[in-house]
Design a protein around this ligand. Structure first.
Ligand SMILES: Nc1ncnc2c1ncn2[C@@H]1O[C@H](COP(=O)(O)OP(=O)(O)O)[C@@H](O)[C@H]1O
Ligand SMILES: Cc1ncsc1CCOP(=O)(O)O
Ligand SMILES: [Mg+2]
Length: 266
């Protein structure tokens, strides 16, 4: 675990270009700002190339698709490939809505996606494994989460983060598990979107070490949430979200190291 990536991120202040959903866009912008990255959002095709050029990474979030946005995601993803900027895909609800499965498959055919970050229902869908996804939530199923993540990584030829109580990170071979977090994340809509953007921020500063970037993003986000939850006396989802964004600006590598529960293997 390279905890120095947190200081690097804060020193470099990478720009993250997000095609965000309209539900959680503010949380995504503020969580990126708090950790020390610089968010930018745009829906305008005419400025797509300039946005990609100034960005260190691109995060494509499928949360509230429109036909125009799908076209924009294709264009932005291809421009990011051209300019060698990491592409992170958040396939929101892809396991629950067949149209989204089609959109995701088309995107994955035409854009080289570097990291897919989704919950179990989303990653199972992209792995072609049977699972009962439920709307934006993970849903339920019998399959092993590590096997789902590995199958998705092999099938889609990229790094995969299957998030949940344990975040499973894999390139298909190496498997890293981040066991930090708090159930309060599930009570706040946008937790996953914030994590995907955080992954893009870390990928921007080490585009050649995507597993390390993914690992540090997961520890930073889940570990910070865990630190916040440990100070709370009752389940207050809205308070949690505000304190999470505050704490992202204050959290230290030492605090994350102390709270870290990470394992890795093949
Ligand atoms: N039950 C849980 N316990 C601990 N952490 C969780 C739990 N559920 C989700 N998380 C954390 O919440 C964040 C968002 O993940 P997740 O809820 O899987 O995404 P999504 O909102 O897209 O479904 C991740 O950092 C994950 O580690
Ligand atoms: C409620 C909702 N509807 C479409 S996108 C979205 C937000 C999904 O956020 P997350 O997956 O991060 O919980
Ligand atoms: Mg999600």
């Amino acid at each position: 675990m390279d905890l120095s990536l947190l200081a690097t991120l804060r020193a470099k202040n990478p720009i993250v270009f997000n095609i965000a959903n309209f539900v959680t866009v503010q949380d995504v912008a503020n969580s990126l700002n708090s950790i020390g990255a610089s968010p930018i959002m745009s829906a305008e095709p005419q400025e797509a190339e300039a946005m990609v050029q100034i960005a260190g990474a691109v995060c494509l979030n499928m949360g509230t698709l429109t036909t125009a946005q799908v076209t924009q995601m294709q264009a932005v993803g291809q421009l990011a490939n051209l300019h060698h900027k990491p592409v992170i895909l958040d396939p929101v609800a892809v396991g629950a809505i067949p149209y989204r499965q089609q959109v995701a498959q088309d995107l994955l055919q035409t854009v080289k996606v570097d990291i897919i970050r989704g919950n179990a229902g989303e990653i199972a869908a992209l792995a072609g494994i049977d699972w009962q996804a439920r709307g934006i939530d993970a849903g339920s199923g019998q399959a092993d989460l590590v096997q789902i993540a590995q199958a998705c990584a092999v099938k889609q030829r990229c790094v995969v983060i299957l998030s949940g109580p344990t975040d499973v990170i894999t390139d298909g071979q190496q498997v890293i598990q981040v066991k930090n977090g708090t159930p309060l994340f599930q009570l706040h809509v946008g937790s996953g979107d914030m994590l995907s953007a955080m992954v893009a921020a870390f990928a921007a500063i080490c585009p050649d070490q995507l597993l390390a970037a993914a690992q540090m993003a997961c520890l930073t986000f889940a570990g910070t949430g865990e630190l916040v939850a440990s100070q709370m006396t009752a389940n207050r989802p809205a308070t949690f979200a505000i304190e999470l964004i505050d704490k992202l600006s204050l959290v230290t590598a030492e605090e994350l190291e102390n709270v870290s529960r990470v394992s890795s293997g093949k």
